[in-house]
Design a protein. Structure first.
Length: 510
């Protein structure tokens, strides 16, 4: 069941990234000034995201308390709803207040008036999104993954229809921003539908304090992490412009495609670790984490290498030449994706064993370094001091440096907590992917260049074929792995699981 639930999330993430690419494709091919308009919306998303963590501040606490069974579930839901509502009011006040200070106290402004309006629209999107957070956190804790993913589908994938319409009908940044609001509204409606029969109990001070005690150690960490993750887009906008933001955001979009392949692992592993920890089942915890890490590297290695070898050709065919400047971003952030995704199961050991303070300390140090590197690498000068001026490439380098340092640090700590360890097969996975990539690079350079979409599909299939042959020859893919994957992706069992969960069949939630 763990494999099936993970694969369900993987399917949904793949759909999300596919539709995200599809929207970007139509923007790039049909919208006027695509890099500029896309950059405006991404800047607005980045700006609001700097503070939106406040609204989702208690999400991890809710997953931990519900999955750990420390508090009555109905009271947990009431507590989460109440705290999220207050937190979102704080978010709105901080964003609007920050804009007013930026304009009227500091005497600064925006590249265009459209930039400011886009921020307000995206703020509305996050207000709607907070309703979905409550439901998704609850279903994640229960491991009712089908419901959680249905909400995500509404939020992330369905709005692509609106994006395509906007691109084809001459819409620009404001209309593009409004498509996010449409997605947030659809997700909120579905979340309410799923929760309509759930009993909600009034929170008490004990439940509030329990959530607060879990979440508070990560408060400063969340601030620093969001600044580390989002200040790059804001700084690229402030020091360079919306076109540069567009290059950076599109490069990141392509690099994140690989995340969809293993998205389900993280979604399911955290509550599983929490449950195993509450039962003191350290052997089961170790097996769960190391198994998740092994399958992660097995699946992502060939995609990571393919992105690094052919980013220009991928952008040319899958987006447009208007975004070719994003190629170095794809290469750098693909490496970052490998480290952050492979070590993700290990980081959940720290949170799942109820050590949020320790996790927070590591995140704080890594993201402070990220912010510092952004300041040094992105601008060409600051306060009269000459800096590197690497623009969006500097932002990508900063992200890579911070991502690797945080991932490795959390891995080291998790080995001390639960005796989990690096999966040795990962080295073989990477070597198999690199060898496959080198063969295809030579073939593309000497024999058949990638000029058409069918060339790209052919090379992608060849990459997977060569990689599969290599990992099989070195014993890193066997009949047991094949059977596990086939059981997870079995369409009849998947349909039965989704149908039973949505109907409330408790037997399929375990």
């Amino acid at each position: 069941m763990l494999g099936r639930k993970s694969f369900l999330v993987t399917i949904n993430r793949f759909v999300e990234y596919f539709t995200g690419w599809l929207g970007l494709f139509f923007i790039a091919r049909f919208m006027a000034n695509p890099d500029f308009n896309y950059g405006i919306v991404q800047f607005a998303l980045g700006t609001v995201s700097l503070f939106a963590f406040i609204g989702h501040f208690f999400g991890s606490a809710h997953v931990k308390r519900v999955s750990g069974g420390e508090i009555d579930e109905d009271k947990c839901i009431g507590t989460h709803i109440s705290l999220t509502a207050v937190a979102m009011l704080v978010t709105v006040a901080v964003v609007i207040g920050g804009i007013q200070i930026w304009k009227h106290v500091l005497g600064m402004g925006f590249q265009t008036t459209t930039h400011e309006l886009a921020i307000y629209i995206i703020l509305g999107f996050f207000l709607l999104k907070s309703i979905g957070w409550v439901a998704k956190d609850t279903f994640r804790a229960r491991r009712e993954i089908a419901k959680r993913e249905a909400i995500s589908l509404m939020d992330q994938s369905v709005p692509t229809i609106f994006i395509i319409y906007v691109a084809l009908t001459g819409g620009q940044a404001i209309e593009l921003a409004l498509t996010y609001v449409a997605g947030g509204a659809l997700a909120a409606l579905l979340a309410i539908f799923f929760l309509i029969d759930v009993e909600v109990k009034k929170p008490d001070w004990d439940s509030i304090n329990s959530y607060w005690d879990f979440a508070l150690p990560g408060f400063f960490s969340k601030i620093v992490r969001k600044f580390g993750n989002r200040v790059d887009i804001v700084m690229v906008q402030l020091f360079w412009g919306s076109s540069n933001v567009g290059y950076y955001a599109s490069g990141r979009q392509l690099a994140l495609i690989v995340s969809g392949l293993v998205a389900g692992i993280g979604t399911v592993v955290f509550p599983a670790i929490s449950d195993l920890h509450s039962k003191k089942d350290w052997k089961g915890l170790k097996k769960t984490v190391e198994g998740a890490a092994r399958y992660t590297s097995l699946f992502i290695s060939p995609i990571i290498v393919f992105l690094m070898v052919f980013p220009e050709r991928i952008i040319h065919i899958m987006i447009s030449d208007a975004f070719l400047d994003a190629a170095p971003i794809v290469r750098i952030l693909a490496i970052n994706s490998f480290f952050t995704l492979y070590f993700k199961p290990f980081k959940y050991v720290i949170l799942g064993t109820n050590r949020p303070k320790l996790s927070a300390k590591i995140s704080i140090m890594g993201n402070l370094a990220n912010v510092a590197l952004n300041v040094i690498l992105i601008p060409d000068s600051l306060f009269g001091v000459t800096l590197f001026g690497l623009k969006e490439v500097g932002a990508a380098i900063a992200t890579l440096t911070a991502g690797v340092s945080i991932a490795v640090s959390k891995y080291i700590v998790s080995t001390e907590i639960a005796d989990v360890s690096f999966t040795s097969g990962t080295i073989l996975h990477v070597l198999a992917a690199v060898n496959s990539g080198m063969i295809l690079f030579a073939l593309e350079y000497l024999v058949i260049p990638i000029d058409r979409y069918y060339h790209l599909l052919l090379y992608g299939a060849a990459m997977l074929g060569l990689y599969a042959a290599f990992v099989y020859l070195v014993g890193e893919f066997n009949k047991k792995d094949w059977n596990y994957i086939m059981d997870a992706v079995n369409p009849f069992k998947m349909w039965r699981y989704v149908k039973d969960e949505l109907k409330g069949n408790e037997s399929e939630k375990k």
